[in-house]
Design a binder for this molecule. Structure first.
Ligand SMILES: CC(C)(COP(=O)(O)OP(=O)(O)OC[C@H]1O[C@@H](n2cnc3c(N)ncnc32)[C@H](O)[C@@H]1OP(=O)(O)O)[C@@H](O)C(=O)NCCC(=O)NCCS
Length: 189
């Protein structure tokens, strides 16, 4: 299933497309994205972006991962993804281009994706997990605003950037899981 278009007031979430290559490449030079998102390769080039867009379409076709581009009036601004997909669960990942941060955009975009993930008419998942490298305060703040609670520390709970000699680079993580029931109660208390 391709990532379906999800329309919100400030943005549209949609599959990645070739026209996103310049903005995607530019955003992925950002030191914060490279510091906290281990899946984003170093030395990111237009070729890397092209491969990632192709990967995003293949991953959707294979049912492994759904990747949405955040589209602000036709301009690509960032990513929200649901990865490690199973019939009942997923993990959520995200990043936003540096100049657009601090306006609540990513929280809104991730909330729309969670709505689709939990909606029985959408993906009908039972739970979604957020995980960040320990110390990523902005990501943790987003998770809290989204309603993730009982955030716990997992020692060496996430994969770090691979090294050339294959040494273990696992890093301490912060993680929490939200259920559909918890999501449906957010804002109703
Ligand atoms: C995490 C990220 C996506 C947030 O995007 P954003 O659009 O700025 O998010 P929002 O505006 O919705 O919310 C960010 C919140 O974090 C807070 N914040 C930002 N930097 C912070 C910091 N260094 N320490 C504590 N809080 C911080 C903001 O004040 C805001 O909280 P508030 O609304 O209570 O004021 C963005 O910072 C980013 O792309 N970072 C690099 C990539 C990354 O870390 N991705 C997540 C990997 S797990």
């Amino acid at each position: 299933m391709p990532a379906p278009e999800l329309i919100a007031e400030r943005f549209t979430l949609r599959p990645l497309r070739e026209a996103d290559i310049p903005e995607l490449t530019s955003a992925c030079q950002d030191s914060e994205i490279l510091r906290w998102c281990m899946g984003v390769p170093l030395n990111y080039s237009e070729e890397t972006a092209r491969n990632y867009i192709e990967f995003s379409h293949d991953a959707a076709d294979n049912g492994n991962e759904l990747i949405w581009g955040i589209d602000l009036s036709g301009t690509f601004a960032g990513i929200v993804s649901l990865y490690n997909l199973t019939d009942t669960s997923a993990e959520i990942g995200f990043w936003l281009a540096p100049v657009l941060r601090g306006q609540g955009l990513l929280t809104d975009a991730a909330r729309v994706v969670l709505g689709f993930a939990f909606d029985p008419l959408g993906m009908g998942l039972d739970e979604v997990t957020w995980t960040a490298i320990a110390g990523n305060a902005a990501s943790e703040r987003v998770a809290i605003k989204l309603g993730f609670s009982d955030i716990r520390c997992e020692e060496k709970g996430t994969q770090g950037r691979p090294t050339e000699n294959g040494t273990d680079t696992r890093l301490d993580a912060r993680t929490a899981t939200m259920t559909r029931k918890q999501f449906s109660h957010i804002g109703l208390d």
